[in-house]
Design a binder for this molecule. Structure first.
Ligand code: NAP
Length: 285
């Protein structure tokens, strides 16, 4: 029977600890951390994600602002908006909610590169990505940070284990490679062109799935005792589902994250943690 890696519970505990630290430092300095979220257009999922992030900011003492821009905003105007936030000393963290509308999507990299690396709390700026190459985890993407924190909290051994990641995105799979390597795992990364994906899945001691396909991982595909981190999210009949058929695999796994209630709350926590880190760094300057 598998152990449940309860990200909701741990996320709440870490949020409380962070709230205490923020309150102490804000009182001492008279400055509160502030996060700015840029939303281009009105994609309902993006609106919801930003709403959750801002609500949690509010709960733990981080100020937040929403910069809501029109779907057809010109490239230069969006770059100017980012620059304004870079220059605003009261703003310590900036997130550009992705994906951008179709017309701007091919320019995503350019917008990310415009965000000051000091305020890049999503950890996507090339400077922060480069630092991770050297195992520096100061500002790295929040989902992999949440995955590692959850594994470490539950004392799941990473060293010497074979970790298989199904995802190679900038937000999840790529940064996670370095974070697992740093902790001495052997890492295999899979994607849509991977041949014989099933043989890789079967060899995993730690399996991270982030593809957004409900019930993709079933009991017959996994090794006995595997630790599964289910990152993927999809909406099925109005409910959030992960990539793993939870009830099917549960008695075969060593440990597993539920979905919802696993990686989502850990991701939100590490956005706040990154904002706090960026704030501390900037108020020292
Ligand atoms: N819970 C959270 O906080 C959280 C945070 C981040 C993401 N997510 C979820 O995680 C999922 C991935 O997010 P993302 O932003 O990384 O998405 P993404 O950029 O679309 O990446 C998906 C990755 O999965 C791979 N993939 C898709 N279908 C596959 C298949 N059948 N077999 C093997 N590989 C497959 C893709 O391969 P290619 O590279 O070859 O296309 C790609 O690397 C989504 O469901 C998202 O909602 C959840």
């Amino acid at each position: 029977m598998g152990q449940i890696l309860n990200g909701k519970e741990l996320g709440q505990k870490l949020n409380l600890e962070l709230k205490r630290k923020i309150s102490l430092i804000s009182k001492k300095t008279g400055i509160k951390p502030k996060l700015a979220g840029i939303l281009v257009g009105n994609n309902p999922a993006s609106e919801l994600y930003l709403k959750i992030k801002r609500r949690t900011c509010d709960e733990i003492g981080i100020d937040s602002i929403l910069v809501n821009l029109k779907k057809d905003i010109r490239k230069e105007a969006l770059l100017d908006e980012i620059e304004k936030l870079n220059e605003d000393k009261s703003v310590h963290g900036i997130i550009l909610q992705l994906p951008l509308p179709k017309a701007l999507k091919p320019l995503t990299k350019e917008f990310i590169e415009k965000i000051s690396p000091l305020k890049d709390v999503d950890g996507l700026h090339p400077i922060n990505r480069g630092k991770l190459f050297d195992y520096n985890e100061d500002l790295v993407p929040c989902t992999p940070k949440g995955i590692i924190a959850l594994l470490e909290y539950y004392n799941i051994e990473i060293k010497g284990k074979h970790a298989v990641i199904i995802n190679r995105s900038n937000l999840v799979g790529k940064p996670l490679i370095f974070m697992l390597l740093k902790r001495n795992a052997t890492v295999t990364i899979c994607h849509t062109s991977t041949s014989d994906l099933e043989s890789h899945i079967k060899k995993a001691d730690i399996l991270v799935v982030a593809i957004g396909q409900p019930d993709f991982i079933t009991k017959d595909k996994i090794k006995e005792g595997v630790v599964i981190i289910d990152v993927g999210t999809s909406r099925v009949n109005g409910k959030t589902r992960g990539d793993v058929k939870f009830e099917d695999v549960f008695d075969k796994v060593g440990a597993i994250t539920p979905s919802p209630g696993g990686i989502g709350p850990m991701t939100v926590h590490f956005l706040l943690q990154n904002t706090f880190y960026a704030y501390q760094n900037q108020i020292k300057m």
